[in-house]
Design a protein around this ligand. Structure first.
Ligand code: AMP
Ligand code: ZN
Length: 268
């Protein structure tokens, strides 16, 4: 299962000599598989590239840290953690801004992943997003006519200014394949993770369930679909808006004040 990932890394230039890659780690199987593949690739090819783990601690009460620390220790790589919970109380900000807690958590994670990677001089940020994620995103965005997002559905999205280049080694890999990579790697992962903010509720993604159902009726659907998403992603229009810098924090944004700084306003 490593071979197809190595092929993607090579073909799309995900890793080049001198890269300093921060791998965003949640404790789950996908980010662990992404970390394992990148580290193995660099070691096996004898590349002069640095791999570092990055974890954003959104909630103080989370058991993800120990698992992530041992993933990094086993692979002998450094781990950078960001205590985001000290900067923003996600549950409070969600309640006050009338936004779902998962959407606020997403803003916080994306903000600190980008910021921390840049501040540490990283050249790229890798995530564990896999084919199942992009197929579900594709349906959601396509049906909402949000075509600009689809133009970003590819293994590398080049950054500019304060927005770091993002890479997705598992772009063509299904969730089941990511799980099989992790099982073989021997890395520990969070099983049945309970988000501290959801109080026992397990979020369901109806599109992911639908994609699974289609795959069960049409074997090979996911593989064919992700290939087509990739091949057509460049036909979708890219955003014409040029990214600005947030007037408060300097991070990239389409608006005067970035989404994170706007959330911070709700704290007071
Ligand atoms: P999610 O949006 O939770 O499905 O996560 C998508 C990707 O974001 C994961 O595969 C990770 O690479 C990254 N990620 C999620 N949560 C965190 C976190 N707390 N810290 C760092 N990276 C994360
Ligand atoms: Zn800001």
């Amino acid at each position: 299962m490593l071979k197809p990932v190595f092929k993607v890394i090579e073909k799309h230039g995900l890793v080049v000599e001198g890269d300093k890659i921060f791998v965003a780690l949640s404790g789950g199987k996908d980010s662990a598989a992404s970390l394992y593949c990148l580290k193995k690739y660099v070691d096996e090819k004898g590349f002069d590239a640095e791999i570092t783990g990055l974890h954003v601690r959104v909630y103080e009460k989370s058991n993800a840290f120990e698992v992530i620390k041992s993933q990094c220790d086993l692979l002998e790589i450094d781990l950078v953690t960001v205590d985001a919970f000290k900067e923003l109380d996600v549950k409070k900000a969600a309640a006050r801004s009338h936004r779902p807690v998962c959407s606020v958590c997403g803003i916080v994670k994306r903000y600190f992943m980008n910021k921390a990677a840049l501040e540490h001089g990283a050249s790229k940020l890798a995530t564990g997003h896999n084919a199942d994620d992009f197929i579900a995103f594709f349906f959601k965005n396509f049906l909402n006519q949000e075509y600009e997002w689809i133009s970003k559905f590819k293994p590398v999205v080049k950054g500019s200014g304060n927005l770091i280049t993002r890479i997705r080694p598992l772009f063509f890999i299904t969730g089941e394949e990511a799980l099989s990579i992790v099982r073989k790697s021997g890395l520990p992962v969070l099983e049945g993770y309970q988000c501290p903010a959801l109080e026992g509720k397990v979020p369901t993604d109806k599109w992911k369930e639908t994609v699974k159902l289609i795959e069960s009726r049409h074997r090979g659907f996911k593989k064919a679909m992700i290939k087509s998403i990739y091949k057509t992603s460049s036909y979708y229009p890219e955003s014409k808006e040029t990214l600005k810098s947030c007037v408060k924090c300097g991070m990239p944004t389409n608006t005067e004040v970035c989404a994170f700084c706007r959330l911070k306003n709700y704290e007071h």
